[in-house]
Design a protein around this ligand. Structure first.
Ligand code: AFP
Length: 305
């Protein structure tokens, strides 16, 4: 089954199907640019002050050019853009928030990276919640080109067939169990912060209870691993220097939370479920604890001590 057939079978309305197929068609272009060795600094910075790589700019341009011209796109917001941009559609269209190439600093060490996309019905992001998303997609550029997608009826993985030049279903009904001893601990520098001692105690628990460490420095492959392996937990807490952590709500955490919850897992911030958080500004950051329900509850039990 192709992505288009899947979307039709899921009952996705024609305009959204067209938008999602436009997004998926970009993934092989990014994969080919990486294979082609497009690397090095672009000499620019994004709104977060992070140096941009040529691949960051190239990937972002692909999305922005394709989507800001798309008849059913009302607005786009990208981690690599200073401000959101309008598309031709009004409230009858869709707004897309994306990190075009998350983990791009890992490309030159040949580790897997990804794209994250959250899709909202209507125009705009501020005032919305992650639970308002109509779809979420993460593409993984690793030994294989795959993506995980949800339109609100579970999670399905697709794999790119380079011969057919199309995506086909690789894993239907992706599910995350209640617990699994696998942890992906981000922001370990927080362990040196006296206010975040709970993180040291949690690390000690994981290390003395036969948990398996699986952390690459790329949120997309790390969370994709939890989805594919059926469980585990990814954490990225805040600390004194960055109380809200590093990861962004609409570009990274909300789409990931939608996928994880649709697969039977959970995703929490410091104050509650990620999907319940109201977007106050498009560059808003949030701590995130995401994965198997019991594993996230364990994190919360240490966080609240
Ligand atoms: P880059 O996009 O700057 O490489 O950062 C990747 C990321 O946003 C996310 O993919 C990782 O989970 C997280 O940062 C890793 O952050 P640390 O480098 O602080 O572990």
């Amino acid at each position: 089954m192709t992505f288009g057939e899947y979307l039709q079978r899921q009952g996705v309305e024609a305009n959204l199907r067209d938008v999602l197929k436009t997004v998926a068609a970009i993934f092989p272009k990014i994969a080919e640019a990486m294979r082609g060795g497009l690397e090095g600094a672009a000499g620019s910075k994004n709104v977060f002050g992070e140096g941009q790589l040529k691949l960051d700019v190239f990937s972002n341009d692909l999305f922005t050019e394709a989507l800001t011209r798309h008849p059913y796109v009302a607005m786009v917001a990208s981690e690599e853009l200073d401000e959101s941009m309008n598309g031709p559609a009004g409230d009858e269209g869709y707004s897309l928030a994306y990190d075009p190439l998350d983990g791009s600093s890992l490309v030159d060490v040949n580790l897997a990276v990804g794209t994250i996309v959250g899709v909202y019905k209507g125009k705009g992001f501020v005032g919305r919640k992650g639970s308002d998303q109509a779809a979420a997609i993460i593409a993984v550029y690793g030994p294989r080109l795959t993506f995980m997608v949800t339109v609100g009826h579970g999670v399905t993985e697709f794999i790119y067939d380079w011969g057919k030049k199309d995506f086909v279903v690789n894993h239907e009904d992706v599910k995350v169990g209640e617990s699994k001893k696998m942890f992906a601990p981000g922001n370990l520098r927080a362990c040196s912060d006296p206010q975040v001692k709970w993180y040291v105690d949690l690390m000690h628990f994981w290390l003395t209870n036969e948990y398996t460490l699986r952390y690459s420095g790329g949120m997309v492959p790390d969370v994709n691993q939890i989805l594919k392996k059926g469980g585990g937990v990814f954490t990225y807490p805040g600390y004194s220097e960055m109380p809200d952590g590093k990861l962004r709500l609409i570009y990274e955490c909300a789409p990931m939370a939608f996928l994880m919850e649709q697969a039977g897992g959970v995703a929490f911030s410091a104050g509650g479920p990620i999907l319940d958080m109201t977007v106050e500004k498009i560059d808003q950051r949030t701590p995130i604890f995401i994965g198997s329900k019991k594993e996230v509850e364990l994190v919360q039990s240490y966080f609240k001590k």
